[in-house]
Write a protein that binds this ligand. Sequence first.
Ligand code: PGA
Length: 258
Amino acid sequence: MTNKYIVANWKMSPTSIAEAEDLLAYIDEHLQNETENKEHSLIICPPFVFLDDVSKILSTSRLSGQAELGAQDIALADFGAWTGEISGPMLKRLNVKYVIVGHSERRWKIGESDEVVNKKLKTILANELTPIVCVGERERNNNFQEFLKNQIKATFAGLSADDISKCLIAYEPVWAISSNPGAYPDTPESALESIFVIQEVLTVNCKLETRNLPPFLYGGSVNATNAKDFLSLNEIAGVLVGGASVRKEEFIQILKNS
Ligand code: PGA
């Protein structure tokens, strides 16, 4: 298997820095001992309040050079009066390299529109950070392809082909995200069908050459059992793991299976 991205989206967990340290120590120990010959790009996205500590741990432990830091959100502006927000330059000072944007929990629970996602995406790129752009339909109905096409067009509006090729795109069907009632994981085949729809919009509407298409990740109830099914596909460059990324034994299994 070629080098795959494993993105740990901790969301609003764990609840204390002690637990976060424990989780990282466990990953450190087992990464060295059990996943020796595995090649993966590990990206840890903790809550904002832990970024500073996690950044220090990633640069001083054996995880240095093996894991990079991601943020779960970014302010629309780099400076100024934006109560409660964290700017791109602040993230960069903490050694953040990636930023999740367009996550369905922000789109649907908090009400972030495509327009806001698009602006944040531009801010991430302007700060020379790598966006992990989440897209996905809410329901797998007859209209899902149309929904995806419109979401992609609006999310990437005004971006050059060059900028789009710098992103990672995470296809995360909302109905598959484990925090939603009745959620169940997508199948690799149907995830691939959606990825092809997204690729078509990017090549036809956004004028990307096929060879410049960005890497595609899958997210939505990824666990120790199903991760390898998604990761075995050439078209899927990695997984975005939510709930299972803070269950330490399970997360190590995902890394071992990648
Ligand atoms: P999940 O979350 O793995 O818990 O389904 C994925 C995500 O929300 O990014």
